[in-house]
Ligand binder design. Structure first.
Ligand SMILES: *Cc1c(COP(=O)(O)O)cnc(C)c1O
Length: 420
């Protein structure tokens, strides 16, 4: 029997092949990663940790998980890792469960400036269970305001400070974060979900020596399967106020316990296998070239949009993404997302800092180059993509023109095969 689901998956494959994918949090995994993710390991229950499981028959999945942990530690220079979180949100939930108590104050990057839901949104566990406070970017240059961060930290006395965002195009000063965290006695968490690949390859600052705990997703710039990871670096001195002799061991066991049984049941061993395969790919020199190319692509694309009269939040990008402020063109995020969608260019609308539009409309769109770089796009292709985007946006009310651009987009993407 041919389940209709497989027909739908085929349609999704065609959609992924044909369109220009600019969603900054998406990527295309290798066939090896997909093979591991679609393997028989999905059948296995393995609650617990390697060699300390609650189920029999774990000898092979144990090997897989040990290799996954070793590879991710090597990738980031971590001392300890847990590769079981089902997602980035799960990783952050486990860290908060481990490090702070209900009602404690947390200090995260303002959601309307590009922060993540799990950093204190009112509709998320992080904003319901804990008391959220925020720092943000300066109004004049849209860069993280470290003076304001210090001021809010002194005033609010957070137990946990989170460095990281879903939409910030500049690098982070983890040394400054650590000084402020130490001053107020807070645990410092770096959430590197977005730029993880660029950090692993040395293109951006590595938080590992400066932060108590680091979380990441594995499916964004790391180009792995959908999932999360928690890591602890060399600096694990007295986090959480622990006075134990072997602090790393104590801290890691608290974090392990917060993942399972704290917030999860059985780990997704097929996903952990796929993470291991992706981490091995990320350790290759080719992955560094990939990250260099995706950053160059982002910088070239941002510069081209500026030339065409669009505003770029924070004035440019150090990583894989940037936000276009559409107000100089009299457009909004909702209209731009819909218009580009009609031309088979996928982006997401986004609030810009100090936005004058509602979250449902927004003044911006977020653009990322990881997916298109995985398809093989180079600088010269960015010129073509910028041209498609500008032409579509300038003709947002002309359905015929948009249809024509969609045809051109599909033709263009034929040069970049996907899963043949
Ligand atoms: C994407 C992201 C997450 C969450 O990842 P999910 O796997 O979607 O739960 C967490 N933090 C940041 C900063 C992110 O960008």
């Amino acid at each position: 029997m041919q389940d209709i689901i497989f027909d739908i998956i085929e349609k999704e494959l065609h959609r992924q092949r044909e369109g220009i994918e600019l969603i900054a949090s998406e990527n295309f995994v290798s066939e090896a990663v997909m093979r591991a993710a679609g393997s028989c390991l999905t059948n296995k229950y393995a609650e617990g940790l390697p060699s300390k499981r609650y189920y029999g028959g774990c000898e092979f999945v144990d090997e897989v998980e040990v290799i996954a942990r070793d590879r991710v530690k090597q990738l980031f220079g971590a001392e300890w890792a847990n590769v079981q979180p089902h997602s980035g949100a799960q990783a952050n939930a486990a860290v908060m469960l481990a490090c702070i108590k209900p009602g404690d104050t947390i200090l995260g990057f303002d959601l309307s400036h590009g922060g993540h839901l799990t950093h204190g949104s009112a509709v998320n566990f992080s904003g319901k269970i804990y008391r959220p406070t925020f720092y943000g970017v300066r109004k004049d240059n849209n860069l993280v305001d470290y003076d304001q961060l210090r001021e809010v930290a002194r005033r609010e006395k957070p137990k946990l400070i989170i460095a990281g965002a879903s939409n910030y195009s500049r690098d982070w000063d983890y040394v400054a974060f650590r000084q402020i965290a130490d001053e107020v006695g807070a645990i410092l968490l770096a959430d590197i979900s977005h730029p993880a690949g660029l950090i692993a390859t040395g293109l951006l600052n590595n938080p590992m020596p400066h932060c108590h705990v680091v979380t990441s997703t594995t499916h964004k710039t790391l180009r792995g399967p959908r999932g999360g990871v928690i890591m602890v670096g060399k600096d694990h001195e007295n986090p959480m106020g622990l006075k134990f002799k072997d602090k790393l061991r104590k801290m890691s066991s608290v974090l392990d316990g917060a993942v399972f049984p704290g917030t999860q049941g059985g780990p997704l061993m097929h996903t952990i296998a796929a993470k291991a395969v992706a981490f091995a790919e990320d350790l290759q020199p080719e992955f560094k070239s990939y990250c260099e190319q995706l950053r160059t692509n982002a910088q070239v694309l941002a510069a081209l949009m500026v030339e065409k009269g669009y505003g770029i939040v924070s004035g440019g990008t150090d990583n894989h993404l940037f936000s276009i402020d559409l107000r100089s063109k009299g457009l909004n995020g909702k209209l731009a997302e819909e218009t580009l969608g009609k031309a088979e260019i996928t982006v997401n609308k986004n609030m810009v800092p100090y936005d004058t539009e509602s979250p449902m409309i927004t003044s911006g769109i977020r653009i990322g180059t990881p997916a298109m770089t995985s398809r093989g796009c180079k600088e010269s292709d960015m010129h073509i993509i910028a041209d498609f985007m500008d032409r579509a946006l300038m003709n947002h009310d002309k359905e015929e023109v948009l249809k024509g651009i969609k045809g051109e987009v599909q033709e263009f993407m034929k040069a970049f095969p996907l899963y043949q």
